[in-house]
Each structure stands twice: as C-alpha cells, then as structure tokens.
Design a protein around this ligand. Structure first.
Ligand SMILES: Nc1ncnc2c1ncn2[C@@H]1O[C@H](COP(=O)(O)OP(=O)(O)OP(=O)(O)O)[C@@H](O)[C@H]1O
Length: 325
C-alpha cells in the first residue's frame, strides 16, 4: 500500500483547564493519500480546530496527547520538536489556509513582503527568483495584475482576492499537504464556488493532498474525495465522499445528513445536546442521543470497523455479533 500523505491513528487529546480535564479528541483516525481531498466534517465544537492544531503542532497550553500518531509521509509528527517542525514541516511541507482572509494578513505590510518572508525562511533561492515564483503563482490563482499585486496592502483586495493570495502563499514553498480551515465560509456563494474549483484544480495539478475542515456538507459533496465525520471529538465514519453521503452507515452520520436543508422534510434536528468534553461518556459519545443505542454503547469505546473497501465505521452495532445480547 502506498505511504499516505497523512495518517492520523487513534489520536486522543485532552486539555487541562480551570474546570478540569476536557477530553477533546477521542480516538480520531483517518488517512489521506496524495492528490486527494479529505473533508473533515463536524458541527461547531466537535474538535475540528483542535485537530488542526494537533497536526500543525500548535496545541494550546495544558494540552496533552493521550495516545495516537500523526504520520506525515510516514514520519510521526508527534515525535518532532518545535524547532524541527519550524525548520522542515510547518509553512513548508505542510501549509495552512485559514478561515478568514481578513484576519490572516498583516495590514501594515505589503502582501509581497509577507509572502517573501515565508519563502526566505523555507525555500532556497534569491529574492528575485522568489518574487518571480510568486508572480507565477498569483497568475495561477487568477489574481488580476499579479506583478503589481505584490506591492499592494491587504486592504486593497476584495475578500475573494485575499483568499486567492492566501492560497498562493500556501503553495509558495511547494507543500505536500495543505490544511484548509473552512476557507470559503467568509465568502459569498459565487466566490465560494470559484475558490472550490480552484482548490480542486491545484490539488490535481500539483499532486498534493488537502485536509479540508468544514461544517458544510454541501461543500464536502462538491469538493472532497473522502470524508471523515466527527462527533464530539470522535471520528464516527470515514470513507469515499459519494458513497458515504449517499448511504451513511453510522447513526450520527445518518442523522446529520437527514438534517441537511437539501434533504430534511420540515425542521429535523437531532434530539438532545452534544456532551461537554469535560463530561463525555466513556463509550460512544453519540450513545445518549442515538435511537439504536444499546447498553454496551455507553461504556465500550468504539473502534474503527471496516464496512467496505476504504470505509470505516466506529460503531459497535455495525457488527451485531460483537455486541452481547
Ligand atoms: N483550551 C481549551 N480548554 C478547554 N476546552 C477547550 C479548549 N479549546 C477548545 N475546547 C473545547 O473543546 C471542544 C472542541 O473545540 P474546537 O474549537 O476544537 O471545536 P471546533 O469543531 O473547531 O468548533 P468551531 O467549529 O465552533 O470552531 C469544545 O467543546 C471547546 O469548548
């Protein structure tokens, strides 16, 4: 089997705070191959940002990795020091596209100065070569007047143009993996479509992998090859996007899809509330809201079960023989 660009295995992250220990990620697992886009989908508070921070090695103070590995091209990022991550991973082999293009650029420097500074740190070559490379990238992301754009300030661009700048910046050091945090949420629908199309083209052209974090199932259907659905810090189902969205297997994935405005008949919510990571049940975190739950679900931690090629379901009920009657 080829080495995946990113493989997250059984990842658990807890954060100690004033109110106690919050078990924020609990048995997260997925893999992402080169040239593919994996959508990580979950409702607000399910742990998407914490997952991104774990991958980028920027977890907040008080955070501890309870178990697991984050394999990037076969190497466990959790074993890297901050100095090693800075030198050879973050900003170079792994880059990041943030959610809000308005906040991500420093208003007091030209965009060229900011992008060239990142390249100076991570890419060999003279400033003139870096500038020429950036102009090529800005043309590729369809930013008008690419040469002059480098000498402008962030406020001189529209939201969509700023997101194109950030995509070019993410590509500047030839990454193997791009982590994108809801990069189209702050954009209008038409611009959102254009940016999704551009991302798709770039991933295919450059053969890189993209982890696309979102709460929007419509975006997943449009953009992603694979999906990992997260509920309250647990990955509940992973698999090819089309197959999973057409026929989800995990009760939470089914409920989430049934609530989507395109499918719901009338207002359909999921009864109950997401548990706080401070008081999460020890077994399946969806069990208290799951119509199919049995006694064992509340106490037995679910682990990924193969449901079909490339498809995993973290539900002990998926294999009825595994649950004592
Ligand atoms: N430093 C922290 N200390 C304690 N709890 C935290 C901390 N950071 C996040 N949490 C909790 O962890 C859970 C997951 O948070 P996270 O920000 O990762 O979720 P998210 O899916 O990115 O949410 P959103 O989509 O709203 O940004 C939430 O319940 C949040 O309150």
């Amino acid at each position: 089997m080829p080495v995946p660009t990113l493989a997250v295995e059984d990842l658990r992250v807890a954060i100690r705070g004033d109110e106690g220990v919050a078990r924020i990620l609990d048995h997260i697992a997925f893999r992402l191959e080169p040239g593919r886009i994996l959508g990580v989908v979950g409702e607000s508070g399910c742990g998407k940002s914490t997952l991104i921070r774990a991958i980028l090695g920027i977890l907040p103070q008080g955070a501890a990795i309870g178990s697991g590995r984050i394999l990037f091209e076969g190497e466990d990022l959790l074993a890297f020091s901050q100095a090693e991550l800075n030198r050879s991973v973050r900003g170079s082999r792994i880059s990041f596209i943030p959610q809000d293009p308005y906040l991500a650029l420093n208003p007091v420097f030209t965009v060229g100065a900011q992008m060239l500074e990142v390249m100076r740190r991570h890419r060999p070559g003279a400033p003139r070569e870096h500038r020429a490379h950036l102009v090529r990238l800005l043309r590729r992301v369809q930013l008008p007047d690419a040469e002059a754009a480098l000498d402008r300030y962030p406020h001189q661009f529209s939201g969509g143009q700023r997101q194109r700048l950030l995509i070019a910046a993410a590509l500047a050091c030839a990454p193997r993996l791009i982590v994108a945090d809801e990069p189209t949420t702050a954009l209008d629908v038409t611009t959102q479509q254009q940016i999704l199309l551009l991302l798709r083209e770039l991933v295919e052209e450059m053969g890189l992998a993209m982890l696309f974090v979102t709460h929007d199932l419509g975006v997943v259907a449009e953009l992603c090859d694979e999906v990992c659905v997260i509920y309250a810090g647990q990955s509940v189902e992973t698999g090819p996007a089309r197959a999973l969205l057409d026929a989800p297997l995990h009760p939470y994935a089914r409920a989430l899809l049934a609530c989507h405005p395109d499918r719901a008949e009338g207002f359909l919510g999921i009864p109950g509330a997401v548990p706080s990571p401070l008081r999460a049940p020890p077994g399946c975190r969806f069990a208290p809201r799951c119509a199919q739950a049995r006694e064992a679900c509340a106490s037995r931690a679910p682990h990924p079960r193969r449901a079909a090629p490339g498809r995993m379901v973290d539900c002990i009920l998926h294999d009825p023989a595994a649950v004592p009657a």
